[in-house]
Design a protein around this ligand. Structure first.
Ligand code: APR
Length: 176
């Protein structure tokens, strides 16, 4: 199973995959962080489709997902998910973060995509402790991959060195 999980350090807008996951906010407006990079690199189609979803559905709830095309990105779709804002750990943050990963993976299967790339959701502006967030991301992914054979590659893309080191260490421990 772990061979299906990969880790790289870099910019998620540069990867070649089928689904790129965006760490969005409930209004689906990408003004900073990874979200801004995805909207800029993907182009106007992503902005337009996000606006359309806002008009129809009012946005996206925390832990849930919405889908747009990937525009100029080297992928078929962008799955936008809203991670929890860290409020100390008593506000269902871990459950909501787990749901982000699980819901994105489920949607990828529904879209008949076998490759997906995740950023480190909630670990930027939303302030989730990075090690705890990484453990949840990996647990959700492993739980999903155990039950689902359709997904062939889950790529974790860490932008900052600290996240990269944390994932690298956790994945090494699991491979022992
Ligand atoms: N590629 C991959 N990862 C990136 C990139 C990038 N181009 N840019 C930033 N990151 C990383 C950050 O280092 C961080 O670890 O993405 C992680 C998540 O950071 P944020 O983008 O701040 O996302 P989050 O903490 O979930 O906060 C969501 O920020 O992006 C906006 O619109 C989004 O308002 C929402 C909020």
């Amino acid at each position: 199973m772990y061979r299906r999980i990969k880790l790289i350090k870099g910019d998620i807008t540069k990867v070649s995959t089928e689904v790129i996951v965006n760490a969005a906010n409930t209004s689906l407006i990408g003004t900073s962080g990874v979200s801004s990079d995805i909207h800029k690199a993907g182009g106007i189609v992503i902005d337009q489709q996000c606006m359309d979803i806002r008009r129809r559905l009012g946005g996206c709830k925390t832990g849930e997902i919405v889908v747009t095309d990937a525009g100029n990105l080297d992928a078929r779709y962008v799955i936008h998910t809203v991670g929890p804002v860290w409020k100390g750990g008593e506000k269902r943050e871990s459950e909501l973060l787990y749901n982000c990963y699980t819901n994105a993976l489920k949607e990828s299967v529904r879209l008949e995509c076998k490759k997906i790339a995740f950023p480190n959701i909630s670990t930027g502006i939303y302030g989730y402790p990075k090690k705890e967030a990484a453990k949840i991301a990996l647990k959700a992914t492993e739980d999903f991959l155990k039950e689902n054979k359709e997904i062939e590659e889950v790529l974790f893309v860490s932008y900052d060195e600290e996240n990269y080191e944390i994932y690298d260490e956790l994945l090494k421990q699991q491979n022992k």
